[in-house]
Design a protein around this ligand. Structure first.
Ligand SMILES: *[C@@H]1O[C@H](CO)[C@@H](O)[C@H](O)[C@H]1NC(C)=O
Ligand SMILES: *[C@@H]1O[C@H](CO)[C@@H](O)[C@H](O)[C@H]1NC(C)=O
Ligand SMILES: *[C@@H]1O[C@H](CO)[C@@H](O)[C@H](O)[C@H]1NC(C)=O
Ligand SMILES: *[C@@H]1O[C@H](CO)[C@@H](O)[C@H](O)[C@H]1NC(C)=O
Ligand SMILES: *[C@@H]1O[C@H](CO)[C@@H](O)[C@H](O)[C@H]1NC(C)=O
Ligand SMILES: *[C@@H]1O[C@H](CO)[C@@H](O)[C@H](O)[C@H]1NC(C)=O
Ligand SMILES: *[C@@H]1O[C@H](CO)[C@@H](O)[C@H](O)[C@H]1NC(C)=O
Length: 528
């Protein structure tokens, strides 16, 4: 269908898949067109219209007129794939996604968003984010021009934040399980920061232990080639050494250093040339729209686009990206082995034992079984203070069911529940201990933040699960699987942009003088 007809057709067929392209499939460490087996190299562009505020983002695939405005500029620089960093799964994306398909442009979509993702400084993998991830998967999995999804972007970006990778890898595992259960045929990858001292550990971690929990493709945000560099001077030669035997497709999820200006993009010839094109599956230039960091190829002023000098420099170089690669039929996969998981040591602190899969049924069973719960009138912005109070006691019985330690690989069974349920579990644990000591009368109050309810077990399925987890909350519920709700209705409002992604915690969750003081001065009367 001609592009100019799309807007009209879209009006009649709003959510029907119109355009169709040959799907991209993965074999070994390469991408291929499904039908003719020609190798597919990503000639990609990072595509995310800048947000107008830090607590929001613009879904770049929800407005046909902006997609239609940009597609000609993208096709003129031979773009065959875009990378999108944040979408709202409740929007209708069919017009834009089909318009891109009509232009033979594929896409990889981030499952998180600029406002809702795994927080490297306070990582968790909880039900609301899981519901967002599965809703994005549902919203995009039917399109032939969607190659797959990223379960995280630069979450572990230096050696202070290595624990966070355990939570991202759990997200990879659960997104893959959801895709498999739904019968979708899309990959899940991770886009890493190219941090030199942990490059090997991160790459190994996301490709170790078992294929079910490892990435289907690995994106690396590489800014090493600045100005007129070379294969050896840039360090690209080391990347070839490091990733030549990696078992899944490796590509640059971002590239385009701008410390030497104007950018010349002389790396493109090498990226797609004979020194790299056996192991490097192309990459995404960062980025289409200009922002304060000055990486844009074009400027958006009002609703019109003007190209920058980087755009013409890029268009000059991208013509040299013409690798033919191998045909799928004549490609024998030899590098099937996963990496060894990195050793947990003073540098790498993420165990290969991953956090639990979010399980809405188990969380519901648990919260109904409690006698003391957080009051519905308490704003979620207060949860952080209440968690700090509970953790401040330094009593593990109060938090064993909700705590995580990615270094030891120990996770409370309810650490994957939404924060409200986790908080209720902890308040109830405190209440139970106090009640057993005969102090129950005032122990479910917490400055009127908690309230008692009559506990129910809601059937034998709940009883069985709760018994398996145990009162300490540290067991594993048998039969817990990645079932997902699959319906955006049950998750809307919980995890989408605008909702607070997680409570703001005062201090760390460790026993600290600051927290103790707060408890003793403000809470002594309440806590007996
Ligand atoms: C294989 O199919 C793709 C997509 O239809 C097409 O772009 C490519 O040129 C084809 N390869 C060959 C060798 O014809
Ligand atoms: C859609 O994009 C066009 C072109 O940029 C813009 O003028 C319009 O305001 C956008 N619509 C919405 C609802 O954002
Ligand atoms: C995807 O396709 C399946 C099978 O045709 C259909 O049941 C499902 O509703 C579609 N999902 C969306 C979001 O369009
Ligand atoms: C990691 O990054 C954070 C902020 O991004 C910084 O505060 C910290 O010092 C960095 N750690 C190391 C080891 O570079
Ligand atoms: C890069 O090389 C080109 C061609 O040799 C030259 O014109 C240009 O000045 C060089 N740029 C820098 C920053 O060295
Ligand atoms: C990557 O290369 C560096 C330096 O050559 C080496 O120390 C490291 O072990 C390599 N990592 C992998 C995954 O091959
Ligand atoms: C987490 O486990 C590691 C390894 O067992 C241990 O050294 C560390 O103290 C634990 N962290 C917390 C906060 O308990």
């Amino acid at each position: 269908m001609k592009f100019s007809n799309l807007a009209v057709a879209g009006a009649f067929l709003a959510s029907t898949a119109l355009a169709s392209v040959d799907e991209i499939v993965i074999k070994g460490s390469k991408f291929f067109y499904k039908t003719n087996g020609t190798q597919f190299y990503i000639r990609g562009v990072a595509y995310q219209e800048p947000a107008t505020s830090t607590d929001s983002f613009i879904d770049p695939l929800a407005n046909l007129s902006s997609c239609a405005r940009d597609i000609p500029y993208l096709t003129a620089i031979r773009t065959n794939t875009i990378r999108v960093y944040g979408v709202d799964p409740t929007n209708d994306h069919s017009d834009c996604v089909n318009a891109f398909a009509d232009a033979d442009i594929y896409m990889i979509i981030d499952l998180g968003s600029p406002t809702d993702s795994i927080n490297r400084a306070d990582p968790s993998w909880e039900l609301p984010l899981y519901q967002r991830y599965t809703a994005v998967i549902d919203a995009f999995a039917n399109y032939t021009n969607v190659i797959g999804f990223f379960a995280g972007n630069e979450v572990t970006n230096n050696d202070s934040y290595t624990e966070a990778s355990a939570f991202v890898k759990a997200a990879v595992r659960d997104s893959k399980a959801y895709i498999k259960q739904k019968g979708y045929n899309k990959g899940v990858g991770y886009a890493t920061a190219d941090a030199a001292d942990i490059r090997t550990q991160v790459a190994d971690y996301f490709n170790c232990n078992s294929a079910d929990e490892s990435v289907d493709f690995y994106g690396d945000n590489v800014y090493e080639w600045c100005g007129n560099s070379s294969f050896t001077e840039s360090g690209y030669d080391q990347i070839v050494k490091n990733f030549s035997s990696y078992s899944v497709p490796y590509f640059f999820a971002e590239y385009g250093c701008n410390t030497v200006k104007p950018r010349t993009f002389t790396n493109i010839d090498t990226m797609y040339g004979s020194e790299m094109n056996d192991m490097l599956n192309g990459g995404f230039v960062y980025e289409y729209f200009d922002e304060a960091n000055d990486y844009g190829l074009v400027s958006l002023v009002g609703s019109s686009i003007s190209t920058k000098s980087d755009y013409s420099a890029f268009s000059t170089e991208i013509v040299s990206a013409t690798p033919t690669g191998v045909n799928s039929a004549s490609y024998t996969v030899t590098n099937t082995a996963l990496q060894a998981c990195p050793t947990v040591d003073s540098l790498w602190k993420a165990s290969s034992t991953l956090p639990p899969t979010p399980d809405e049924d188990l969380c519901n069973c648990m919260s109904k079984s409690l006698t003391c719960v957080v009051s519905s009138s308490v704003s979620s912005s207060k949860y952080g203070d209440l968690f700090d109070l509970i953790y401040g006691f330094g009593v593990s019985d109060y938090v064993s069911g909700i705590s995580t330690n990615a270094t030891s690989g120990e996770y409370g069974a309810y650490s994957m529940c939404e924060l409200k349920d986790q908080l209720s579990w902890a308040l109830n644990a405190y209440y139970s201990v106090q009640s057993a000591k005969g102090n129950g009368a005032n122990a479910c109050d917490f400055s009127s933040s908690a309230t008692t309810q009559s506990a129910t077990t809601s059937g034998s399925a709940c009883s069985t699960k709760l018994a398996a987890v145990g009162t300490a909350g540290t067991g594993t519920a048998s039969g817990s699987t990645a079932t997902g709700t699959g319906s955006s209705s049950s998750s809307s409002g919980a995890a989408f942009p605008g909702a607070s992604p997680s409570a703001v915690f005062v201090g760390s969750w460790q026993l600290s003088a600051y927290i103790l003081t707060a408890v003793l001065s403000g809470g002594a009367m309440l806590f007996l």
